[in-house]
Design a binder for this molecule. Structure first.
Ligand code: DDK
Ligand code: ZN
Ligand code: ZN
Length: 429
């Protein structure tokens, strides 16, 4: 009997459906019990094919590279597999002869372990914790009014879901326009260490101005624009619903899948390589360049301040890489050798603190070809010193880097960032 044939049944169905929706709405936090992250080492074309077939036949989440399209021979593939499929996937991989290891045994357990710095009061903002958006927003308000001589803020627009995007301007107040550096964190929602770094940077800049000669010199001569969280909607979603979300949260009429990759949405070789035109992909390039309002807001801001901006830094994780243009082509950038020398100097400075090893190079050759990235876009606009950081680690924890590593990671990254900013400063005139 069809639903419409009996009005009692029909009404009951409606009520049950409604209850179902309420239940879904209440229980919307995704859990990851028993889910694993595998590391695969494809060395044959068949291995690559197998990985792509797996990706087609079930819901798997690519950690590195970031989607099936980017899988090639001889690169490590970190793959998050839902609990229901782990045994089967493991068996298939073993049979294929591909080298297969388990990076994370139980993602839910690892997620809980990540928050290993929850003392003493989980409600307050902390530079050594992964703060929720609400806490970061309150922090932005209070820090930007703490020292009007050194810091101010401006809203550059709202996110898709209507959250204000604040850019902090750090630098000794001046009546004339100073040369500047733009840095963003949190383009990708799940890369929490990135967001932690921008907060750390702001704190360090304010607290070492006047005592650290390098920082003092930098902030006297230049302004640093910091966007603490680029993809706020996505970041909030990783805290409240799905820890593994990467993209924005925009909706399109034509698809039920949500969001585009904000690091594939810039007008730089847009969607020509290493990006997907499938709205369900984690590397979906969007419906057009700057279709994502967050990307448009930042691009507009950089265009408006183009004459002052000398460097663009964007912070991601994980892989321990310091990348520069190009990613949309294998052709070398005009300033390749200078960009490479500076990247190597910065990596060396970073390594000097805790021995963390970074690899430097142009994006396409060093990680994978990927068009529509912010660094390539800024570079082609004329911002010569354009760098993408991929922070810790190399896959032991991946996106779930424990909070106990926030401090050492931020400390070492400061050295690399300061190395770059010093070089920029020396080459201003
Ligand atoms: O967006 C990516 O896939 C990674 C960071 Se998760 C960076 C890729 C290289 C820079 C792209 N322009
Ligand atoms: Zn990223
Ligand atoms: Zn990354």
């Amino acid at each position: 009997m069809g639903i419409g044939e009996d009005s009692f049944t029909g009404n009951m169905m409606k009520i049950l459906l409604l209850l179902g929706f309420v239940a879904v709405a209440l229980a919307e936090v995704t859990r990851f019990d028993g889910e694993k992250v595998f590391r695969l080492k494809p060395v044959l074309d068949d291995h690559v094919l197998l990985i792509k077939e797996l990706a087609n036949s079930m819901e798997v989440d690519f950690w590195s590279p970031e989607s099936a399209d980017l899988v090639t021979i001889d690169i490590d593939v970190d793959l998050h597999v839902p609990a229901a499929h782990t045994d089967m996937v493991y068996t298939i991989l073993q049979q294929s002869g591909m080298e297969t290891g388990v990076l994370i045994e139980d993602l839910q357990a690892q997620m809980e372990e990540q928050l290993d710095n929850r003392t003493p009061d989980p409600r307050v903002h902390s530079y050594t914790k992964y703060n929720s958006w609400d806490k970061i927003q309150a922090w932005i308000s209070s820090i930007s009014s703490s020292n009007p001589d050194l810091i101010s803020r401006q809203v550059i627009g709202n996110t898709y879901e209507g959250r204000p995007m604040n850019v902090l301007k750090i630098g000794k107040k001046s009546s004339s326009t100073k040369p500047s550096i733009f840095m963003d964190c949190g383009i990708h929602a799940r890369e929490w260490i990135s967001t932690a770094f921008c907060q750390w940077f702001v704190k360090e800049a304010l607290s070492t101005y006047g005592s650290d000669s390098e920082m003092t010199g930098l902030l006297n001569q230049m302004d640093v624009y910091v966007l603490p969280v680029f993809n706020i909607d996505g970041y909030d979603f990783t805290h409240n619903s799905n820890r593994m979300w990467r993209k924005t949260r925009s909706r399109m009429y034509s698809s039920s899948c949500i969001g585009a990759d904000p690091n594939r949405n810039w007008n730089a070789g847009w969607c020509t390589t290493g990006a997907s035109s499938n709205p369900c992909s984690d590397t979906f390039c969007g419906s057009s360049p700057e279709s994502e309002i967050e990307v448009k807001n930042v691009a507009d801001f950089i265009r408006r301040n183009k004459s002052s901006i000398k460097a663009y830094l964007t912070i991601h994780s994980y892989s321990q890489l310091l990348l520069f243009p190009y990613s949309y082509t294998f052709e070398l950038a005009e300033h390749h050798s200078e960009l490479m020398t500076v990247a190597e100097g910065a990596s060396k400075a970073l390594r000097s603190l805790h021995g963390t090893q970074y690899t430097s190079g142009p994006g396409a050759a060093t990680i994978y070809p990927a068009a529509g990235g912010s660094d390539d876009w800024a570079y082609d606009l004329g911002v010569k010193y354009s760098y993408t950081f991929e922070l810790r680690d190399t896959g032991r924890y991946g996106f779930l880097l424990p909070e106990s590593q926030i401090k050492p990671t931020c400390e070492e990254t400061m050295l690399a960032v300061k190395y770059i900013t010093s070089h920029v400063q020396k080459n201003l005139y």
